[in-house]
Design a protein around this ligand. Structure first.
Ligand code: AMP
Ligand code: MN
Ligand code: MN
Ligand code: MN
Length: 306
């Protein structure tokens, strides 16, 4: 192949992805992450993240500290949230990006979602006590920096610390998923409500990690069409819970449904999480065929838009 053709070929390959290292999904101590918003901002900067969103579960309280740390480190920042939703018998997560944290409807909506967590956590503790694991509720609460946000992750960490299960992944499989002693059925927000809270707060709603849900193709189709009917605009294509085949599948679904594409690590902790902030040096980028969600976000002037 003549050198010019080879150069051209290489150029075509490079142009096939959006190069911006955006990480639009992460958790702090305000929900079930182990780093503070400031520590996350610093780590994101060090890892070469070019656009960062903090998206704590059902919680906005980390966003102020995240925004000021990001400004201090010169890191373009997007305020976000991850809302827990019940849909077709499954828990679905909806990420909101570019939300105004002072929006009253969003604040009161998620306050109600959080309120349900207390009784759920007590019931989880009772379920675990019934199989001989004492004081798991107290143990989980002690590991939760935000007392209003006790999650399965805190129970999982307690069970590992207590030496009952060797690692975080087997805790979920053995104790914390549907049908296991520490699992409690729970009604989260309705899909339409979560999308509306996000939209009315000026944000873009995004279906989080669709590859994780145990839906039939019909249920998944219903999720996408109802989400869009409510005004949802995006879907996560590259995330910590997607492997190569999921990325291919949801690239196709984003194109088929005309959804904006998002990318995020879902980082919680340096040792627990599969992907670090920024998704690693070789972290997958979004295909150039997709329209990235950040084209719809109001970005600071200096944020790259590749
Ligand atoms: P909750 O909102 O209390 O149901 O907790 C859900 C959180 O548990 C998720 O956001 C993850 O951080 C974590 N989680 C769920 N499944 C797993 C798993 N299999 N392994 C590790 N963490 C998990
Ligand atoms: Mn989590
Ligand atoms: Mn999630
Ligand atoms: Mn998450």
């Amino acid at each position: 192949m003549p050198p010019r053709a080879r150069r051209q070929r290489r150029r075509t390959k490079i142009a096939a992805v959006h190069t911006l290292n955006a990480d639009l999904h992460s958790h702090s101590t305000a929900s079930d992450g182990t780093l503070t918003p400031r520590e996350l901002a610093s780590r994101a900067r060090a890892n070469g993240v070019e656009l960062w969103a903090l998206t704590d579960h059902d919680e906005l309280s980390g966003l102020g500290a995240a925004a000021s740390a990001a400004a201090e480190f010169g890191l373009p920042f997007v305020p976000g949230i991850e809302i827990s939703v019940s849909f077709a018998g499954e828990t679905v997560h909806v990420v909101g990006l570019g939300i105004d944290p002072s929006a009253p409807e969003l604040q009161s909506g998620i306050a109600e979602v959080r309120a349900g967590r207390e009784a759920r956590a007590r019931a989880m503790g009772a379920g675990l006590a019934a199989v001989g694991i004492a004081r798991a509720y107290e143990g989980a609460v002690a590991l939760a920096p935000n007392p209003n946000l006790v999650s399965r992750t805190h129970f999982a960490r307690f069970l590992v610390h207590a030496g009952i299960v060797p690692d975080l992944h087997s805790v979920f499989r053995r104790y914390l998923v549907d049908g296991k002693p520490g699992y409690v059925q729970h009604r989260w927000a309705r899909l339409g409500d979560a999308v509306r809270w996000i939209r009315n707060a000026g944000g873009v709603a995004v279906i989080a990690h669709p590859g994780r849900y145990k839906f039939t193709p019909t249920e998944e189709y219903a999720l996408f069409t109802e989400f869009i009917a409510h005004g949802g605009l995006g879907v996560e294509v590259v995330t910590g819970s997607h492997h190569a085949a999921d990325i291919v599948k949801y690239t196709g679904m984003a194109l088929e449904f005309g959804l904006l594409a998002s990318r995020g690590s879902d980082f919680h902790d340096p040792l627990e999480s599969r992907l670090d902030l920024g998704l690693g040096a070789e972290g997958e980028r979004l295909s150039a065929r997709l329209t990235p969600v950040w084209t719809e976000l109001r970005l600071p002037d200096d944020a790259a838009t590749a």
